[in-house]
Structures are given as structure tokens and as C-alpha cells.
Design a protein around this ligand. Sequence first.
Ligand SMILES: [Zn+2]
Length: 239
Amino acid sequence: MPVLTLGTTTIPYTIEERPRRQHPAIQVDADRKVTVLLPLHFPEDQIEPLLARKARWILNHVTAPLPPTPMSSKRFVSGEGFLFRGHLLRLKVSTTSAAQPEVTQQGRTLRVTVPTLPAPQQSIAVRDVLTQWFYQQAAEVLPQRVNHYAGVVGIGPERLKISEYKSRWGFCREDGLIALNWRIIQAPLPVIDYVVVHELTHRRYPHHRQTFWQAVEAVLPDYEVRKQWLKDHGAELGW
Ligand SMILES: [Zn+2]
């Protein structure tokens, strides 16, 4: 694997050819893996200069602090609490003879119906259907928040992706893709908005220097409180 050396940091990277690409791009994924995406016939001697130009951006992304690793402390049984947009909902599991699992929110109760199964499989079925439900909520709410704040920040993503990332709440790729972790839908709306504004601001400032934080602060003057919430409660959102 080729490596990029930046000061005292050595960063391995992989090269992938993408025939449909017009321009090269550099991607740092959730596990901090660096991939260089190249159009066909990209001159090999241009790869190093490309990396050198983007050195600071790469270093910022590779060394950005990781949110707490999800730890599955949940058992997915009745009575357990789940956060949804900052509200604590109580899980109520019932079984059915129907094959189709279902989730409905009724006030502060999150009702989950799953087929009758032995306990371990039932927990997995509850977890899976809850994951789907939270993902659907995220897919509905997050694009609206991104649209709203794109107007405020003055720039939107080229593409928005909502997915699951082991160790990040979101990221902004150099080609304009903004990716958000569906798990952020569990956080209170002001915290969700902080993650959205953070990534949108990276469209202008692809680093975490002072200019970046000033731009975040201009949109969310209390962003530090929101950021702190994630530090304090982030681990609760991983299950
Ligand atoms: Zn960032």
C-alpha cells in the first residue's frame, strides 16, 4: 500500500480507478481509510502532487477525534428507553403470529411487534426493525435540516447520503458529498442541527482551523453546548 508522509504522520492510502469520474477525488471514510479515486488514464506522476496539495485536508480528517464507539448495552426488551430527537421513549415489545414486524410511536411509547421467536432471535428482530424505523425517521428529517441550513450557510451538498457509520456522526467529502449517520436522529434537534451545520461548513472550510469554527459560530452561536452534548451522550446513541 502506498503511503503519504506528512511531518511525522504516515498515512497509508489505496488507489481506485473510477471510469465515470472526470476529476480525481480523495476520500476519508469512517474508519479513517484514505482512498484516492481516479478517472481512467490519470497520469501516475500526478498522484503525489495531488496528495501534497490536499495534505492538510487529509490530515485533518484522518486525525479528527472519533465519537465514542457504539456499545450495545441494550437488550431490546420492554421497558428499555430509546432516545428519539432527544425524547426518551419506552420500548414495548409484543409478539404476533404475523410475519411482518412493525414499529409505531404512540406518545412516549415505542411499540414494536415482532413474530414469536426464541429470546435471542427476538432481540435481534426487535433491534433490526428499530434500526429500520430510526433510519426512516432520519431519512425524512435530516434532508429537511440540510436544506434549511444550506440556505443559511450559503452552500449545500452535491449529494446527501444517510447511512450508518461506526465512528462518525457525519463527514463531508471533497467532491461535495455530505454523509450523515442515521443515529444522530436520536439526539435533540439542536444537536442534529449542529452536525448538519458542521458538515455544511466543511463545504467552505475543509479543515478544523479557527476560520472553520468561526463560520460555525456565526450560524450557531451556542454550538459548543451542542457539541458537548454529543461528547456526553454520544455513546448512548450507539446500540
Ligand atoms: Zn469536521
